[in-house]
Design a protein around this ligand. Sequence first.
Ligand code: HEM
Length: 407
Amino acid sequence: MTPGNTLDASVPAHVPAHLVHGFDYYNAPELKREPHRSMHEFVKSRPPIFYTPHNGGHWVVGRSSDALEMLRQPENFSSDPQYNWAARVPRTVPQQYDPPDLTEYRKIISPFFSPVAIRAMEPQIRAVARSLIAAVEPRGGCEFLEDVAEEFPVVVFLQMAGAPLSDRHHLVDLADKAVRDPDRAVRMRVVLNLAEYVKASIADRRRNPGPDLISHIAQARFHDRPLTEDELVGMGVLLFLAGLDTVAAALAFSMLFLARNPAHYATLRRDPATIVPAIEEILRVHGVAGMERGVTHDFEYGGAPMRRGDRILFVPQLYGFDQPGLDDPFKVDFTRSVSPHLAFGAGPHRCIGSHLARTEMRVFLEEWIAAVPSFAIAPGADVAMRGGNVWSPVALPLVWPASGAAA
Ligand code: HEM
């Protein structure tokens, strides 16, 4: 892997040399092609937990079995930014809290993300998917990420939040930079811009409350007190960021896979009930979002001598390949009875938006197969990938025989 990242750190004295292996989560050239397969190949030939000097220096947990155990130990591997120098400003709620506070914060938002609440949103989600597909279908092609995948979750989220749809282009741009800009200073600045947007939304909703998510958090209580301004902003920023880029990337990987594998697409069209297991299988091999924790005290875990304040990176993008009992992990098989993965994390922070994400993906694919009989990657297009907190194709030019085209 290529050294040279400006944030590279020297290796701390407590890390033994045999555990040091360069793993550049943002800039490794391997991330640009088949990131899941190549990073898996790299990691599986390294110690299960190793240290990389890249991106400020951090541990990397390479095996799903360790990740599962560690993510369930917030007392050792904490989400509190005091143990992680790279944590975001403002402090995101509930993501950067440990139990018991984490549990109280999650209670505030979880009713909006329950299976029942998401089922009630399905007609709205379907209407958004239909209108985005109707806008591109007659053209016979589109840049899927920009024209569809990035906009879809933003519009769904703005409706949920009760915010004006006219804000969507501004917000897509902020979300993109907040998670992907290679310059950490730019990422931080953009998150602060987003915080300003959230503050203004909360002030507006205090004046004009409604049944939406932002009005709900603006009136929420933590135990017996109202949320502070910082907590509200931290919650609003997280809710906004967590569900946009992740869904856009997961949809883009789904479409990339289906474009490259027309037989799998034909299966979905023939039997739309296969869409649900197909999504799990696609998430297993194309996980998108990573996770971080900080070590709370000096101790040894899995042969790695850790010190308080060490950062730990979990890579769910790779945890769908080493699951116990999984045959032929790189084969995408929509008929597997279970597609084990940790794409939505594990333990007390497991993704609160997973029902929404799965519903968005299912509804989108249902609408797409109804509108587009076959599609492919645009001839000559070179689909590059990018790494970072959320892995994604950089762009995805697709083509199909448009319904408006002359027969
Ligand atoms: C395919 C799409 C998605 C993926 C792959 C994904 C992945 C994840 C992962 C891995 C975590 C755990 C983070 C950690 O442990 O530090 C997480 C947490 C979270 N996700 Fe998602 N997510 C997706 C969609 C969504 C959506 C649509 C929303 C809703 C707006 C959402 C809201 C959240 C929130 C609020 C948390 C923090 C939970 C906590 O800290 O307790 N996510 N997500």
